[in-house]
Design a protein. Structure first.
Length: 313
């Protein structure tokens, strides 16, 4: 669910939403979970979970393992994800951009997308000498205490961001009090500097820097983020040495996203007018854009340009 959908949540079909809540519990193809574990993870009654896992098993989305009395992701779910992973040229280019930054800074650099109250790593790169943070593709992180979550929520229009925080509070997901206490400062810093930091909020050993950018494909914000050891990068060094390359990275990836038609997973690399949100009036305008993905070369825009296109008011 995207944050922008919260206003219309009354028409959500609960059984469908809950089925996806169950599937989200399985992080990785090898994950094995019983009904009690699923119930604990997604906050649903065990009887409801039992009915959902039975149905999902009949559909092939889950497989029941009698010996373990647990479930794992089924062939239908794997087939769907495999079909989505075809045509990875755009993601490969994003990964290369992430690695450019990882080669400069001893941390983990990620490209994350929102999923309800979490962010999911779509791509990542890590320095050979990176320590302390080992997230990988498919890993989930909370919105409420990470630099990436701070950046994403700060980039949303105020009413949408406030509605999302209220929803997180109702669901008691993560640490909404921390996010709520920081949101105005995060919005101000994003507006003035184009990025947001989180120092010791997710882990006392990790400091993070993150930049949100608008995705024409998903009509929402995605985030580029880096986590670094706090012992090596205190807040001053984070601003001085990590923020500039992260802003450059965001500009480069924004260019890649604008030049790609269709889904991030299945980009067809065609030259077509792109729908880009004009966020000052919530209308969609058309912009002609040349496709430079094959060459992997779009000039990174300045931090000012990134901020102007990040969808803020």
């Amino acid at each position: 669910m995207l944050a922008s959908d919260l206003a219309g949540e009354g028409d959500v079909i609960q059984v469908v939403s809950r089925a996806f809540d169950v599937l989200r519990c399985f992080e990785g193809h090898e994950a094995r979970l019983g009904n009690l574990e699923i119930s604990s993870r997604c906050g649903l009654p065990r009887s409801t979970v039992s009915r959902l896992t039975h149905t999902l098993t009949r559909m092939g989305q889950l497989v029941y393992l009698p010996r373990d009395q647990k479930y794992r992701i089924g062939p239908s779910a794997v087939a769907m994800s495999t079909s989505m992973m075809k045509g990875l040229q755009l993601r490969n280019l994003i990964r290369l951009r992430l690695q450019d930054v990882a080669d400069q800074l001893p941390g983990t650099v990620g490209f994350v997308i929102p999923d309800r109250y979490q962010l999911v790593y779509l791509e990542f790169a890590r320095a050979a000498n990176a320590l302390g943070l080992h997230e990988g593709t498919g890993s989930r992180i909370t919105m409420t205490s990470t630099a990436a979550g701070f950046a994403y929520t700060a980039a949303l229009d105020t009413d949408v961001g406030d509605a999302l925080i209220a929803e997180i509070e109702r669901e008691n997901a993560g640490n909404p009090a921390l996010l709520k206490s920081r949101i105005e400062e995060n919005r101000r810093h994003l507006r003035e500097h184009g990025y947001v930091v989180g120092c010791g909020t997710w882990s006392p050993h990790i400091n993070g820097c993150a930049v949100p950018l608008w995705s024409p494909q998903y009509q929402t914000f995605v985030v580029v983020t880096i986590g670094l050891l706090s012992a090596m990068y205190d807040e001053k060094r984070l601003h001085r040495e990590a923020a500039p390359p992260m802003l450059e990275l965001a500009g480069a990836i924004a260019g890649l996203l604008e030049g790609a038609e269709g889904d991030i997973f299945t980009s067809r690399m065609e030259r077509k007018p792109l729908p880009v949100a004009a966020h000052n009036n919530n209308k969609i305008i058309k912009t002609e854009d040349t496709n430079e993905l094959e060459a992997g070369a779009r000039r990174a825009r300045s931090a000012r340009s990134v901020r102007a296109r990040d969808g803020r008011r």
